[in-house]
Design a protein around this ligand. Structure first.
Ligand code: ADP
Length: 330
């Protein structure tokens, strides 16, 4: 199966390469033809000029020669003007089309990666849950073993739930089908609940908090919960278990700032520009160790912006990342 997929991808890349080669060859041919036509017209102009000079009446030779030279110059200007305009249009159009095709190709590749990631993300929790439940059903386990298996099953079910929520909300927000509920939300309590969920799900992880009490914002509880969960999930996912994840919430000069920090590998300057794009995942297929679909940050940004806020990523010192949400409607 993996072999067939590889062959298909290789075939696609080769096909695209062939298309690009044909495209550039065609473009080069058009430009070469344009230059050739310019040279041909220039030479023809010289011949016409020479012919006119040779055949101009002797009585008015002074006047005729200057008129012939003027005509020659005018025609050269005309050829250069039209040629340059044509060339600029061709190059502008070619660059425009090239960019669109390249973007489309990247998007289709990302979508394909996303579909593969989703299929994988769905398969793993189902397989683990099935295995755990079968083990509990078939074997006599002691209480400790049972609770470990159930905890593990619950964790997988939660992951499945997060994934489904992300996909559902992404499609609803994009299709305009999500009705945002605008109510007063205690962001402090919401953040505490999210962190508490993650503490239960990842007991080995050090998650610390510094949350100011009773910070209220207007918004949709489920959406904000999803946005925060995505950030905490990433902070846990992209850092070692011994390191710290910190959730911060404070009011600062008229705005409300929510910050999730981790001590993971951090994010390169190049990736910082792209991680909020739909389906984008840093690194390549082989270097991505953590599971994911590339939807989390895209959704977080959309949700935060719908709540009149902004989200940015900065470097944590000495290492890791800070994701900072700024709400100005508080
Ligand atoms: P996913 O985690 O499902 O891949 P996201 O949209 O949540 O998708 O994140 C996009 C990418 O941004 C991730 O694939 C990862 O490479 C990078 N990223 C996000 N959060 C962090 C973080 N806290 N530390 C390092 N990299 C991160």
């Amino acid at each position: 199966m993996a072999g067939t997929k590889k062959i298909k991808t290789l075939f696609k890349i080769n096909k695209l390469r062939t298309i690009f080669v044909i495209y550039w060859v065609l473009l080069a041919y058009i430009i070469a033809a344009l230059i050739w036509w310019f040279i041909a017209l220039y030479q023809q102009n010289e011949i016409i000029t020479q012919f006119k000079k040779n055949n101009s009446p002797l009585s008015s030779i002074g006047y005729s020669l200057s008129k012939i030279e003027d005509d020659r110059e005018r025609r050269i200007h005309q050829y250069v003007g039209e040629g340059v305009t044509f060339l600029l249009f061709i190059i502008g159009g070619a660059v425009f089309i090239f960019r669109i095709v390249r973007r489309q190709f990247k998007q289709s590749q990302q979508q394909q990666n996303f579909m593969m990631a989703v299929a994988h993300e769905l398969k793993t929790p189902i397989a683990v849950t099935k295995l755990n439940l079968e083990t509990i059903q078939k074997h006599k386990l002691n209480e400790d073993q049972q609770s470990r298996l159930l905890g593990n099953t619950l964790q997988e079910a939660n992951r499945l739930n997060d994934l489904c929520n992300n996909m559902l909300v992404a499609s609803q927000i994009e299709g305009g089908g999500y009705n945002i509920i605008n109510e007063q939300i205690n962001l402090s309590e919401l953040l505490k609940n999210c962190v508490s969920d993650f503490t239960i799900r990842f007991p080995k992880k050090n998650i610390t908090t510094n949350i100011a009490e009773d910070i209220i914002v207007n918004g949709d509880y489920l959406l904000l919960q999803l946005a925060i969960n995505n950030l905490v999930d990433n902070a846990v996912k992209y850092s070692d278990s011994k390191t710290f994840v910190t959730a911060n919430l404070k009011r600062s000069s008229g705005s409300i700032q929510l910050r999730i920090s981790d001590e993971g590998k951090g994010i390169s300057a190049e990736d910082k520009k792209k991680i909020f794009d739909k389906f984008y995942r840093a690194g390549n297929r082989h270097t991505r160790e953590a599971k994911g679909t590339g939807l989390g940050l895209y959704l977080t940004k959309k949700i935060v912006e719908q709540h009149g806020g902004s989200v940015i990523v900065t470097d944590n010192k000495p290492q890791g990342s800070n994701f900072v949400i700024d709400f100005t409607n508080g």
